[in-house]
Design a binder for this molecule. Sequence first.
Ligand code: GCW
Length: 672
Amino acid sequence: MKKLLFSFCLLGASLGLRAEDGHQLWLRPHPAAPVKVVATAKNSALLATARQELARGWQGPAGATVTLTLRPDKALKPDGFRLGPTSVQAATAAGLLYGAFELLRRQQTGQPVTTEVVNPSYERRLLNHWDNPDGSVERGYAGHSIFWRKDSSFVVTPRDKALWQAYARANASVGLNGSVLNNVNASPLILSAEYLGRARAIADVLRPYGVRVYLAVKFSSPVLLGGLKTADPLDPAVIKWWRGKVQEVYRQIPDFGGLLVKASSEGQPGPQDYGRTHADGANMLADALRPYGGLVMWRAFVYSPSDKDRAKQAYNEFKPLDGKFRDNVIVQVKNGPIDFQPREPFSPLFGALKKTSVMPEFQITQEYLGQAIDLVFLSTMWEECLRSDTYQAGPGSTVARCTDGSVYPQKHTAMAGVSNVGLDPNWTGQDFAQANWYAFGRLAWNNQLPSAQIADEWLKQTFANSAAGPRPATAADWNTNFLAPVTQLLLTSREAAVNYSMPLGLHHIMSATHAHYGPGPWWAPPGMRPDWTPPYYHQADASGVGFDRTTTGSNAVSQYHEPLAAQFNNPATCPDEYLLWFHHLPWDFKMKSGRSLWDELCAHYDLGVHQVRQFQQVWDQAQPYVDAERFAAVQDKLRTQSGNAVVWKDACLLYFQQFSHRPIPATVEPPM
Ligand code: GCW
């Protein structure tokens, strides 16, 4: 095994694989001290990986013995471990691997290694790749798919294997243990013998890192691939077809994780085409997977053009089905009720489904947040969602606790992130977008982790303390002049993006002509579905701006548990950041700050612009501490982002001004 891994590394180097500096992610080589790894476990691929990682990265006392002990332990979940300064104990080999990575992370980031029990928050910690069989990636901004190729000859090359291995290693290092290899807008082809063969090859490379493979499937596959006349989930021939297909998948991939389904959503086929419910569809697949221990992740991202308020639809469809799903079905819910906007309140489905397993879906790829240009650290956004109190089972029923099994019993728990990875040399297009991959993994492992810690860890590992830049820095110099200001930059970056794009609860005002990248509050081509056009969401007119979701409006507030429903319903108590999400208010509405709504809106857009300019200054000061390549790449992107922020501000304010008929207040540069 060792030999095999080693040869992959060599192959990677000799093929010129990702030679650029950004490719190493947060797993940068360190001068490692010799370590003796003693394992009391039977040799296995996972154990070999753990040993290899320790040998590669151990920075503790030279010659130390690190012991990896496998033994039953009631305090530990399957992937959990007991950590000691030079020891890891776990009940599974996967636990030993995660423990080894934890030991290394603590050392590299200067966190103390105390004796403690560490368990993951979620059983399944998954990346969802929106990768198509032709190698393109939906909402992908970092090049083509790392899994699928247009010229698919289905030959697995050494380069493929080296890439998949590096990917799996990065995932394992942050605790991710599953990958859905293809787009939720799924092609039926994915279940054909050729694609399954390639999925098997991928699974074989990912397995030694504890990463299991999952697939997204199209609900009409029995028709499109199987030649049946129907995909009705209650039809015996359909049931039989799926059983056979699932059996075929497990023959190829014995530890296959399960199926992800987008059905009866955005034109995708689903059980509703046959008068059946989401539960009928999901349960039929769940029954086919049950003998193998497989899961169904059934997405709740549903809405239709006919409804007056898209934000209410997922709840309306899924709440009546609570308790009707098999226990190997998890309903996968996007963090907000609409669609990965820069800021949304949490989806009211969290906590409301009390007898159904629910998992959060976050978007790591920055579809609505500047794509591969803008520097936006998403950890704070996810943290905001996870910590939101749903009150569904009393105070403290946070989204995190309502999904990790703490509030409601869930047979399975999971969290998914839509991956931002592609073939680009630095994996994610923008070097700092690597931080979002990292942060997602860390939060899926521990949904209580503060973003400040995640930022600190990522920066320390990615910029390797003082080792990265042209000027050798002391630790104190590096901490003060690089770590502190760049951490601050990361932690403010998402709020800055909200400020310059969609502040105060505005949402979905981007233009679809540039694929959700820039502003388009006016965008409403004739004949377009209204729920795909920004005016549907901002409702700006002479009387004011914002979507009325109060009890006298669409009444979406009633989907939230008290005291939230009342709090959101009243503009005096609704938090500013959700104000225009829940209210249509006059332009002269008096804000908590004392300013008029119009002036407040202008101030937020302006602040966003200034914040990005400040980020540019922070980064310019960071030059001595960063290698030239990454320094220039990030500087260049920040320059573009700064221009984009101005475009957002000008476009939105000039557009809204036609309705507000008010002057844009002169602003003063905030102090740096
Ligand atoms: O955010 C929207 C995207 C679609 C995506 C869809 C979904 C995969 O614009 O590209 O399709 O959501 O999540 O299903």
